[in-house]
Design a protein around this ligand. Structure first.
Ligand code: PLP
Length: 350
């Protein structure tokens, strides 16, 4: 198979002010698309102008939510080069999500080849400021028109691009520890990026007005920390150790999470992945043992956490250490090609 390119005849005007791009507000000129049916497998891969998709109202995705997505970023360096950050890890996770949701897997190498062509074609949409990026959203939806409850025999795969800044900016987050609702279940779909997980979090989030994000506890005992909003969470213990929830099936295995763990260890910091009961967080924050906390994710990058609200009380971090800033700078420098790394995380497009 080969990517067919049908260039848009007319290009859209690019955003005027890079400080106003927001997150996912503007879509670029082109998209990547490919189809699947049980007999043919994946077929007709092409890059076309950004356009609407026409579906039957009976398409399975509308009724039973059979869909998966990914979130990754590409960066334009001062040297004019486009860089992808750990794209193969995103593709592997995408295929892992596909297996869980009974969606046919894609050929990572082939899709990456198409993605690179797409990025090159829409290069004029790249923001330049450190912290901004071109956000990449690969998605697969079940399109077979039937109300019968079964995995679809037809799918559409697409990738769309949106210039984006970090979702929280530099804001220090206030968290609400959720002790009634859960984000997604262990043994369910908590570990994979599928739409229903995010739709199910809207309602609990709407109840916690005045807070920036929810600190989710595990679905079995309502005791162990999982994630914050749609980010993984880290605590800094005594300014020198990183503590983060282990991947217990209720946590999305973030690539930013993994990058921070590897960077921290390479710099000589100790990193502990373990089950973290909420009472331990409260105690260690109150006693000043946890000096900092932050959330990590591709969309959010690394967001500092100011305080957590639990059972009527606020607990505030002292910020007597500054590991968040250290990792934030390091990560962006790697992504923008300013600093070299030994992990082979960065892939140049041209
Ligand atoms: C995507 C996502 C993350 C972060 O993963 P990254 O690979 O770092 O972007 C964390 N939690 C949830 C629920 C997510 O969907």
């Amino acid at each position: 198979m080969e990517w067919k390119i049908e260039k848009a005849r007319k290009l859209k005007p690019v955003y005027k002010d890079e400080n106003q791009i927001g997150f996912g507000k503007f879509l670029t000129d082109h998209m990547l698309i490919m189809y699947y049916d049980r007999e043919k497998g994946w077929y007709d891969p092409k890059i076309i102008k950004m356009s609407e998709i026409k579906l039957s109202p009976a398409a399975l995705v509308f009724h039973y939510g059979q869909e998966i997505f990914e979130g990754m970023k590409a960066f334009l360096g001062n040297d004019g080069k486009i860089r992808l950050f750990r794209p193969r890890d995103n593709m592997n996770r995408f295929n892992k999500s596909a297996r869980r949701m009974m969606i046919p897997e894609i050929d990572s190498e082939f899709v990456l080849e198409g993605l690179k062509k797409l990025l090159f074609l829409d290069k004029r949409w790249f923001p330049k400021k450190k912290g901004n990026a071109l956000y990449i959203r690969p998605t697969i939806i079940a399109t077979e028109p039937t109300l019968y409850l079964k995995p679809s025999d037809e799918y559409i795969f697409f990738i769309i691009l949106a210039p984006s800044s970090g979702i929280y900016g530099l804001k220090e987050l206030r968290l609400y520890v959720e002790d009634k609702y859960v984000r997604a279940a262990i043994g369910g779909t908590a570990e994979v990026k599928t739409g229903g997980n995010y739709a199910a979090a809207f309602y609990p989030s709407s109840l916690r007005k005045g807070y920036d994000a929810i600190l989710w506890l595990d679905s079995r005992e309502g005791n162990y920390l999982q994630e914050v909003g749609t980010m993984n969470i880290f605590f800094v213990e005594e300014g020198k150790r990183l503590i983060t929830p282990e991947l217990d099936g209720g946590v999305l295995p973030g690539i930013t999470r993994d990058s921070i763990i590897k960077l921290a260890r390479s710099k000589g910091y100790m990193v502990v992945e373990k089950r973290i009961p909420i009472h331990e967080v409260i105690e260690k924050t109150q006693n000043g043992i946890y000096t900092e906390a932050f959330g990590t994710g591709t969309a959010a990058i690394i967001s500092p956490i100011k305080e957590i609200f639990y059972k009527g009380e606020n607990y505030t971090f002292s910020f007597s250490s500054n590991l968040r800033n250290e990792f934030y700078e390091k990560l962006l420098n790697i992504q923008f090609g300013i600093e070299k790394e030994d992990f082979n995380w960065v892939e140049t497009v041209e």
